[in-house]
Each structure stands twice: as C-alpha cells, then as structure tokens.
Design a protein around this ligand. Structure first.
Ligand SMILES: *Cc1c(COP(=O)(O)O)cnc(C)c1O
Length: 729
C-alpha cells in the first residue's frame, strides 16, 4: 500500500498566490503547517497582523495580499521556496520511511479511522476535548510514520460552543457558524470530477451527505456534512453541533457518521484493510458493512464474522455509565428501515433485532442499545487507553468483550505541543529531529541525554515560555474584564499579573465534577497563605469548559471565578475563557506545575499532563490514568496513593490534604531554592526527568507503534515478526 491515500478534491479558486510560489496554496491546504514552525513563520511574514488574528493561512491568502514587496525580498522568496520544498519532500518520501518499509507497506488497503471529533487545530473547531485531540494527534503521527491512513468524521458547521464567563461567573455559550471557504477544507470529488455526495436513507427520505477533506500531512480526513441545499431544511442541521443534546438527533448524527462514512469510502473506491472505531459513536459502520455483505449474498452470520475480523475498537470511558446508549425503540424506528431493508425479503438487510441483541449492555437491559457493547462484540481487538484503564475496562466489560481489552496508553504528538524555545534546545543540543520523532528513536534516543542542555539555557527557555503565557493571558483577561465593565485602572493593573518569576500552577480540562477542579479550595485559608507568601508566592491559572447540560460543572466554574475575584486570592488566581487547543498550548508550555486531581480511577488516561511534561513542566497528579504508570518518583509528584477509600468525601479530604502538603513542603521550597547563579538546580533536574520519562513513552509515535503491531497488523491478517522493538530497533 502506498504511504498516502490520494483523495481527489477541488482546488480552491478563491485563494490566490503568485505563480512562483504556487506551492503556498498546497501548503495552506495541508495542516502540515500546524506542526512545522517554519511553515507557520512564512505565513506570518506574508501578513503578520492577519496571522496574529487568525493564526491560519486561508484568511490571509484570500484577503488580497500585496505580493510585490514580498517578491522583491530575496530572503523571503528563498525561505518560502525552502519551506515548500521541505513540504513537497515530506509528502513524496513516505515510502522511504523505515516504519513504512517495516510495517505499513504490508497493508493491502488503508486503515480507516472513524471518530466523532478531531482536534487538529483551533481554527477547525470540530472537537470538544481529549478524545478529539487524541484523534488529531493520531492522524499527525500516522502521517509522520507513513502509515496508509484515512480518517472519517463529521463537519460540524456550528462546532462545539465557544465559552465566555460573565461578571457573575456564569458560563455563556455561543455556537459559531463556520464558513468552509475560510477553513483549510476542500470539497472531495467523485469519479467524474463532480463534487462527491453519498446518501443515507432515513425514515421516509434520503439524506444527502456532502464530503469534505482536510489534509493532515499525508493523511486525508473525510468530513461529512448534511448542510446542503438539496436536503430538507429539517435535515440540514443533523451534522451541525458536536455532541448535540437531543437523543434522536444524536442518533441521526451517528448514523450519518457510521453509514455515510462507509459509503463515502466506497464512493472513492477504497477497500480498507482495517477499520478502527475510536470510541463507539461510529459503531453503525459495522452494521452498514454487514448490510453490504448480506446484500451481496452473504449469510448474516458470516457477514458479521467477516466484519468483525478486520475491525478494532478503542474504548475511552472507565465506567459503563459514561458510554453512549440509545433507547432500543428509537434505534428500531430510525435505523431499522435503513439496515434491514424495510424488512422486505430479498432486500438483503441485517435485522435490527439482531443488532439490538448484539448491542445489549452489561446490565442486560433489552430496552437499551449500547454502542460500546455493540462495538466490543463486533470487533476483533480492542484497547483501553492506559494500563489502569484496561484493568477497570476488563472488569466492567468482562461478560461482553470477546477478547481481553489491551492496554495501549495514549500519547501526544510532540511537535504539535512543544513550545518554540524548548524545541530549539532539543534541536541545538540533542540533534533531535522533531519532524520525525521515530526516525530519531533508534540510534539516538536523544531524550536520554538531556543533561547536555546547560542549566541556564533550560531555565532561560522555560522562562521565555512562561513570559509568552503571561502576555497571552493578560490580553485574554483584559478583554474579559473589559466586557465585564471594569474601569481602565483595573485593566491597566493586569499588565503586572502572572509574573514569570512566580511559581505558576496550571489546571485546564473539562469541568466534569469527577475531575474535582475545586479541590485546591478545600481549605481556603491554607490556600490563601500558600499563594500570598511574600517571599515564595504562588499563582494559579485555570481554564476549561463545562458541557452546556452539565450544571454542576458550571457551578465549579462559577466557584473558581468568584474566588479569583475575592480579596484573599486577588491577582493570584485566574480563569481564562474558552479553553481550546490554542489556550492549551500556552498553558502546557508556560506554567511550572501541571495539576491534575481527578477521583481515581475515573480518568481513563488524560493527555494534557503529557503535553506539559515534554515542555519541562512538572506534573502533580493523582495516580490515575497515564500518571499511574508515568510517575517514576523523581519526575513529579503523586497525590495520595493507589488505595481508594470507599467514602468519597473522606477520599476527597485526604487527597486535598496531601496536595497541600506536597505544595507546601516540596514544590514551593524546591522551586525557590536557588544556587549562586540564581538557578533552581533541583527543580531543573526534576524538569529534565519530566521530559526524559515522557518524550518517547507518552508520544503518539510510541502509541502508533503499538496500535500497528498489536491491533492493525493482526486485524489485517498480517503475521507480525519482531514485536515492539520500537524504541531500539
Ligand atoms: C489535550 C487537551 C485536552 C485533554 O486533556 P486532558 O488531560 O485529558 O484533560 C482537552 N482539551 C484540549 C483543548 C486539549 O488540548
């Protein structure tokens, strides 16, 4: 199989570039620029103001650039040509990549990856959080490793909500309205060169599904869209909103994703070697593929066996309550006709009653269709996203999963999450090739030699990243407080907040109550003493959204906001609005300590701490998710231990007391202990350990090695030779 799947797509005519820099158009429409700083720098040079505003090349190139002075600048032209040449080289040379030669070339079709959300870049708001960002990082690493990959998802024109917080601390929601022509999307073309659409039969009508593509390096991701003029106005919003609340609408969405996704791949003539369901939202793809086989004459049981043989599933939630379920009656009514061919003999369908039986949940309730149970029973391999999560998942699903659920711990795509100053040090002192983490793993293992980075430079780079966060956060806070009507005097004061010399703790994630964001407020007086110490002060930055339906989560936001405006914590505690990938980047690059205190074992993995660690930020976390296996004793701190007290309130109290102890007795003294040159040597050593123990182990590169060797190759029926010698091939 070729390392990249070519998808015919319409060249955007509204983007104009001079002929000698034609490659900039290719580059603008490939998210390659999101993880290649020099590519971003070229667009910033074309129009710095527009870049600062949009951080995306499309609005710059569509706005009418004055090219003459740029083309007169030989330095600019040479750099632009070099960036384009690097990009073209990257795209053309997948077949030479060692991982491709070792594994990827054996597949006789692409690996089709289905996910309800993709976090690729903040400008493409089709993600809500961890699941999407993981999927996005998975695509980027698949591209870097030249795996033949194609993603399938939905184009949410209203995406996920944007958050503001009002002067009383209430979360306000606003749904954007994305114009595909201002996004790095291209329309996929069919065999005759016409814009490709497929159709999905829903009760009483055919819903048309348009197909867009976003190119992630070598990997195309197809995005399905029902908002097209020929559809009934009532069907156009099916794909508008991510995780739409209404159950019936959600079921429509998931049918479009699963069924429409299979049909889009077929329309492009693709025959995937492996089908990967990342979480159960796309599970109807299994039903659709069984229907295809039965329609072609297969016996139902054979069809189901055949479908499961090359399908794999990743589970993301630790408890069964967190899994997607639909009322069986709803599934019968909405999906029944589509799948069982109206029940008419000879229409070759899959009886919906059989599907409902396969999708019965752990409680055996025949009135519910459980997408996770359905996916587990109809796939040939499944994984959880950390070791601890695999333990819980195997217990929860013991009667359901036909195989053991493997542990393949999540990772992050290093070049996406590294700050510029730290990245430069890796390149300068360790010869790291961040465009290809894998190519550099073998001989070099550069993360084992972090002591080659001089202490003063490491500290300097870290402080620069902290300053970048401070600048960004002050701007955000200024617009937030201006909206609240604070006077200029107050707004001016913000210029002094978030001093990079002060120990800074970051906490950013979805505000679900099990994440216990308010834990640090358990003893408000103790917290006030900690943060206001005149010699060794501490400041805390929060960010995160609560689902619009999650009232308790919104109450947590309000509590944090109210406390941030209190006299005791004034100027020591902040909450930034509208947590997205951009806010996440500033935070995971620019604080000192990354705090995570969920109620164990409810955090399946978590990935933000991995992003922070590769920037030298030190994790202080409950031993849950990835940290349960990532903590080494010297690379950060563990809150509590591995025992769980049955009484929740007692557990919360014990964890809070341990958090205060760690901060007061260990973090603060170590951070502020300086040598003669003003360097915190012990802290720097912890930073190095934080980086060294995570750079490879919690990367998507390591993760994709495992997915390939433990799930994809077996599902494709390819014998695996040497196993998992990834790190020392
Ligand atoms: C990484 C990331 C997440 C997931 O982080 P967790 O540690 O799982 O909470 C969520 N949202 C955004 C915007 C991210 O970048």
């Amino acid at each position: 199989m070729e390392p990249s799947i070519r998808i015919p797509s319409a060249p955007p005519s509204h983007v104009r570039v001079p002929p000698e820099l034609e490659g900039l158009r290719r580059l603008a429409y490939n998210l390659y620029w999101t993880w290649h700083p020099r590519a971003r720098a070229i667009f910033a040079r074309i129009d710095g103001v527009a870049w600062a505003r949009h951080h995306s090349p499309i609005p710059i190139l569509t706005a009418g650039v004055d090219w003459a002075p740029l083309l007169d600048n030989p330095d600019f032209v040479a750099e632009a040509k070099r960036v384009i040449a690097d990009f073209d080289h990257y795209m053309a040379n997948g077949a030479d990549h060692w991982f491709h030669r070792k594994h990827a070339r054996h597949f006789d079709g692409p690996i089709a990856y289905f996910c309800a959300e993709y976090g690729l870049h903040e400008r493409l708001g089709i993600y809500s959080g961890g699941l999407g960002v993981l999927a996005g990082d998975h695509m980027k690493s698949a591209s870097d490793m030249a795996l033949p990959f194609i993603g399938v998802g939905l184009f949410y024109r209203k995406g996920f909500f944007r958050q503001t917080i009002d002067a009383d601390g209430h979360q306000e929601h606003r749904y954007p309205d994305y114009d595909p022509h201002r996004l790095p999307l291209t329309r996929v073309l069919g065999r005759e060169g016409e814009p490709l659409s497929v159709s999905v039969e829903l009760p009483g009508r055919d819903v048309r599904v348009d197909v867009w593509a976003v190119h992630v390096g070598r990997v195309p991701v197809l995005l399905l869209d029902t908002d097209t003029p020929t559809n009934d106005p009532a069907d156009r919003p099916i794909t508008h909103i991510l995780y739409v609340r209404g159950r019936e609408m959600r079921l429509h969405q998931e049918l479009i994703l699963g069924v429409g996704g299979v049909r889009a791949l077929r329309a492009l003539g693709l025959r995937p070697a492996v089908w990967h369901l990342n979480e159960g939202h796309s599970a109807f793809l299994l039903a659709e593929r069984a229907r295809e086989l039965v329609a072609a004459g297969a016996e139902l049981d054979d069809a189901l066996t055949q479908v499961s043989r090359n399908s794999v599933f990743t589970i993301h939630t630790p408890v069964s309550a967190g899994n997607e379920r639909f009322d069986a009656g709803l599934v019968r009514a909405i999906a029944g006709p589509l799948l069982d061919g109206d029940g008419r003999p000879g229409t070759g369908g899959v009886p919906v009653e059989r599907l409902l039986e396969i999708g019965r949940g752990t409680d055996g309730d025949a009135g519910q269709f459980d997408m996770t149970a359905f996916s587990l029973r109809l796939t040939n391999g499944a994984n959880a996203v950390s070791r601890l999560h695999a333990e819980t998942a195997n217990t929860t699903w013991s009667g359901t999963a036909p195989h053991e659920i493997l542990a393949i711990t999540n990772g992050v795509h290093t070049p996406t999450w590294l700050g510029g100053p730290i990245r430069e040090l890796y390149e300068k002192y360790l010869d790291a090739d961040l465009d290809d983490l894998d190519a550099s793993t073998a001989a070099t293992r550069w993360w084992d030699r972090l002591d080659r980075i001089p202490a003063a430079e490491l500290w300097g780079a870290h402080l620069r990243q902290k300053s970048e966060l401070a600048l960004f956060a002050r701007g955000r806070l200024r617009s937030q407080f201006a909206r609240h009507g604070e006077p200029p005097r107050e707004l001016r004061e913000l210029e002094r907040v978030l001093d990079p010399d002060v120990l800074t703790i970051g906490f950013a994630r979805r505000f679900a109550t099990y994440k216990r964001a308010g834990m640090i407020f358990t003893d408000p007086e103790r917290l006030a003493r900690l943060v206001n110490d005149p010699d060794r002060p501490v400041q805390i930055v929060f960010a995160g959204k609560a689902h619009p339906a999650d009232r308790p989560g919104q109450a947590v936001i309000q509590e944090i906001f109210t406390r941030s405006r209190s006299r005791e914590l004034h100027d020591r505690l902040f909450i930034l609005e509208d947590y997205d990938m951009r806010v996440a980047r500033f935070l995971v690059q620019g604080v000192d300590v990354w705090l995570n205190n969920p109620r164990r074992p409810l955090e399946a993995s978590g990935t933000s701490g991995m992003k922070a660690a590769r920037n030298g930020i030190v994790n202080v976390s409950v031993l849950d998710g990835w940290w349960d296996e990532g903590w080494t004793g010297d690379n950060g701190w563990a809150i509590g231990d591995r025992e769980t007290i049955p009484d929740e309130a007692a557990q919360d109290w014990a964890d809070a007391m341990d958090l205060y102890r760690i901060l007061e007795d260990e973090v603060v003294p170590q951070y502020y202990e300086r040598d003669r040159r003003g360097l915190p040597q012990a802290w720097l050593e912890r930073m190095r350990r934080s980086m060294a123990t995570t750079l490879w182990t919690f990367s998507t590169s390591r993760m994709l090695h495992e997915y390939t060797e433990r799930l994809y190759l077996p599902a494709a029926g390819i014998a695996v030779g040497e196993n998992l010698e990834a790190a020392n091939r």
